[in-house]
Design a protein. Structure first.
Length: 309
């Protein structure tokens, strides 16, 4: 897990020596550094020469083992977890088309077919089409304190929650106004989380960039709205007054906690940076997902078919 670093400084409670590390670091801007192992952004498009190929810059062209462009077309069928109405499906398709343009999936066709959505694109593009349908619902939730501060019903839910169990079909989306239980995406760690204090709608822009100066590699730089910046400053200031674990922020992406750093002081400036083991492609894909906004309905990939030319 990465550290939450800024001046004022916040540290990650995931490491026993995080406090000592925090004191050794200095930063001028308010920067939030999260784990790069994010749901829906772990794919890489590195070529055989080791150079990352970004479909956002070069289009969706894939190559086979012989070095020739991949041929044919790939069709993916998405099935909603719930039963959305026609208007919700239409808005979902509009967002998927916006993402397809940002992904560089030229010639992609996305349509509603009954209760499902299909996406068709040139070449062997199944993995890119899977990433296209990541919900990308981003939420910053305070981690609730010890057992005494957690309602009995929520404590029972926490005890019974199985991090390894798949999300059942038809499961409702997490309510942004209610506390919930969620797991760390890299392991069985569970968290009791409060309502969403900051969401993807508080982000005004998301851009991928290469941070060569600090050695962070490819990052996603978020700029918060003025209201989002105030919310983040208030949230970090409030949590910094709490004892562990109630001084932590659970950053949730599509039901999973991607990081739960602790904070020691209010963080101002309205800038958030997601950094880690990103390739250029995965960083740009995540930026496109966040910029387009979360999909109004959760989708699962029910079928992938590639038809060679």
């Amino acid at each position: 897990m990465r550290l939450l670093r800024t001046i004022p400084r916040a540290t990650s409670s995931a490491s026993a020596n995080a406090t000592a590390t925090a004191n050794a670091l200095t930063a001028v801007a308010a920067v939030l550094v999260l784990s790069a192992a994010l749901t829906g952004c772990s794919g890489s498009s590195s070529s055989s020469d080791g150079k990352d190929r970004s479909p956002l810059l070069s289009g969706p062209t894939r190559t086979t083992a012989s070095g020739t462009p991949a041929s044919g077309r790939t069709t993916v069928t998405y099935t909603p977890r719930s039963a959305p109405g026609a208007e919700t499906l239409r808005r979902t398709v509009d967002l998927l088309r916006t993402r397809a343009d940002a992904f560089g999936l030229e010639g992609a066709r996305i349509e509603v077919h009954g209760a499902t959505i299909t996406a068709e694109a040139p070449g062997d593009s199944g993995e890119r089409l899977r990433q296209l349908a990541v919900t990308a619902e981003l939420g910053f939730r305070p981690v609730l304190g010890g057992d005494s501060s957690v309602p009995p019903e929520l404590q029972r839910q926490f005890t019974a929650f199985d991090c390894m169990a798949p999300v059942p079909a038809g499961a409702p989306a997490l309510s942004p106004t209610s506390p919930t239980v969620a797991c760390d995406r890299t392991g069985p760690t569970k968290y009791v989380l409060g309502p969403v204090a900051l969401s993807g709608r508080d982000v005004t822009s998301a851009k991928a960039s290469l941070d060569a100066q600090t050695g962070n590699g490819w990052t996603i730089n978020l700029v918060l709205t003025s209201a989002g910046g105030r919310k983040f400053a208030e949230l970090t200031g409030r949590l910094s007054q709490q004892s562990a674990p109630a001084n932590q922020i659970g950053i949730v992406l599509d039901r999973q906690v991607i990081s739960a750093p602790s904070v020691s002081q209010s963080i101002t400036g309205g800038a958030v940076q997601i950094s880690g083991n990103f390739t250029r492609t995965s960083a740009q894909d995540l930026a496109a997902q966040i910029s387009s906004g979360a999909l109004p309905v959760e989708l699962t990939v029910s079928d992938v078919t590639h038809i060679p030319s």
